[in-house]
Design a protein around this ligand. Sequence first.
Ligand SMILES: C[S@@+](CC[C@H](N)C(=O)[O-])C[C@H]1O[C@@H](n2cnc3c(N)ncnc32)[C@H](O)[C@@H]1O
Length: 278
Amino acid sequence: MVEMKQEEFRLIQEFVNEQFGLILSEDKAGSLANKLTPRLVDLRLSSITDYYYHLKFSQDNKSEHHNLISLLTNNETYFFREDAQLKVLAESVLPAIKENRMRKKDRRIRIVSAGCSSGEEAYTLAMILLESGQFLWEWDVQVIGVDIDQAVIAKAEEGIYGGRSVSVTPPQLLERYFRKEGDGYRVKEVLRRITSFRQVNLLEFTDHFAEDSLDIIFCRNVVIYFNDNTVRETVEGFAKALRPDGYLFLGHSESLARITKLYEPLRFTGAVIYQTRQ
Ligand SMILES: C[S@@+](CC[C@H](N)C(=O)[O-])C[C@H]1O[C@@H](n2cnc3c(N)ncnc32)[C@H](O)[C@@H]1O
């Protein structure tokens, strides 16, 4: 394993905080040295200081930024995570959106899973949309999963999952939307048709999504790793991309109380969600 001096840890710590808003706590020093060792070997660098210069100044540093983020972020996810929020989506948010759109004769719905990891959240949202039966026939409905980590985006596009990912998926939905393939489960075409994935850094969200173009953003268990300024920047970007009455779902431990006034919290049993203030 490569040796990491305390000053070197600080260099990397400051770099990821400034560039990506990620918080790297002191207790991560040991595991960081461990994780960076294969990167140094790949890049033929002999110290963490050289790696830091590579991150900062090399011409192809963008791809290394992505590798580094991939090493630092947690990709843990599964289908039908945090049931209380999904219930709010199905029972309150989708019917409200439908009613609003019918009045305006607008039949387009766009939902983003921001920090989608290997795609379980995006496909879950697609299942909930289809199961709601609210948006059949002439509706133009799309779920878009975005993540900074190209490796998980590739996995999401492949759409094959192990038993752990589907462990709390209701059996009738497993049957309807997946095909058993060896030990795994492959997402069926009916879900793929309305789901797509893209590599996007959430700090550059507004470069990828037009103003007022989205109805709902799920960004759960992502900003927990960001500092407050980065959370603010991220959710302000979301507010631009959301329609004026759009909805934001964060993870249950993530709150906007001290962060921004751009959203109104809406309280439901077991779940708080946010709506852009008009
Ligand atoms: C713990 S997973 C959450 C997955 C899913 N949202 C859920 O709740 O199950 C966090 C994901 O956020 C992604 N992520 C972290 N920082 C990001 C950034 N700046 N831009 C885009 N994705 C990011 C990570 O790559 C990781 O896949």
